[in-house]
Design a protein around this ligand. Structure first.
Ligand code: MG
Length: 251
């Protein structure tokens, strides 16, 4: 069941989104060659606590950290480590969630570590563009699959591949709510979008086809053929004024 949010709840979500975007911005400023992902996690945890919020991911289904840090062929759910140093040319996906005043917000970005090659740069640019194409379809009266189609066609038209095993989701009093939002599909299907819907859109794309595997840590999801992967996410609300990106200001 899709839970519609009240204007008051969207006010809370907007405030939470602004906090989360500023935290992610600060974390991204610390991404550099030689930095380790454990330090990024510590910073995120500190900033979230200082804002009077809680880290949404820590402890969720048993996840052991505040952010997910996924490097290169890692797609999502990578575990930060003080022993994992970033190298020049890596791409780093950071996924982060926050809980405050009873409401969750969720966002992700992928950033380069130093200079990256053309293939990696294109993957990041296209995945981000796919997110914004999806956001552009969040209009009153559109159907959910119009969003999915906009995301998927952007990725596929660029000669890249959608990671089909993971999806976006509704969000609010729970981190993961209905509806599930596929990152591919034919438009014109699914529920109609209505005022009060709050959605976390999160395309993941990769450079070659294939499927995914989960590493022995039982969290880190990787591409099965070593393809590079990128991930971008925003939490958005549909209000009477149209779509509003609640986590805007993030990278
Ligand atoms: Mg999410």
């Amino acid at each position: 069941m899709i839970v519609l949010k009240t204007a008051t709840e969207i006010d809370i979500l907007r405030a939470n989104g602004a906090i989360l975007a500023s935290v992610l911005n600060r974390v991204c400023e610390e991404v550099s060659v030689g930095q380790n992902t454990g330090e990024l996690d510590r910073l995120a945890e500190r900033l979230i606590r200082e804002s009077g919020s809680e880290a949404a991911f820590r402890g969720m289904y048993g996840f052991p950290a505040t952010i997910c840090t996924s490097i290169n062929e890692e797609i999502v759910h990578g575990i930060p480590s003080l022993k994992r140093q970033l190298k020049k040319g890596d791409i780093l996906s950071i996924d982060i969630g926050l809980y405050r005043s009873g409401m969750y917000v969720d966002m992700a970005t992928t950033v380069p570590v130093g200079e990256v090659d053309e293939k990696a740069a294109k993957l990041m640019q296209v995945t981000k563009e796919a997110l914004w194409r999806g956001i552009g379809m969040v209009n009153i009266g559109n159907r959910l699959a119009d969003v999915s189609h906009a995301i998927g066609s952007c990725i596929e038209d660029a000669g890249l591949y959608v990671v089909r095993e993971y999806t976006g989701h509704g969000i609010g009093r729970d981190l993961h709510e209905d509806p599930q939002i596929l990152n591919y599909g034919e438009s014109g299907q699914g529920p109609r979008l209505q005022i009060g819907m709050v959605l976390a859109l999160e395309p993941m794309a990769k450079t070659v086809p294939g499927t995914v595997e989960v590493l022995a840590d039982s969290w880190t999801v990787v591409t099965d053929q070593g393809a590079l992967a990128a991930h971008f996410e925003h939490t958005v609300a549909l209000t009477k004024n149209g779509v509003e990106v609640l986590t805007r200001g993030g990278v």
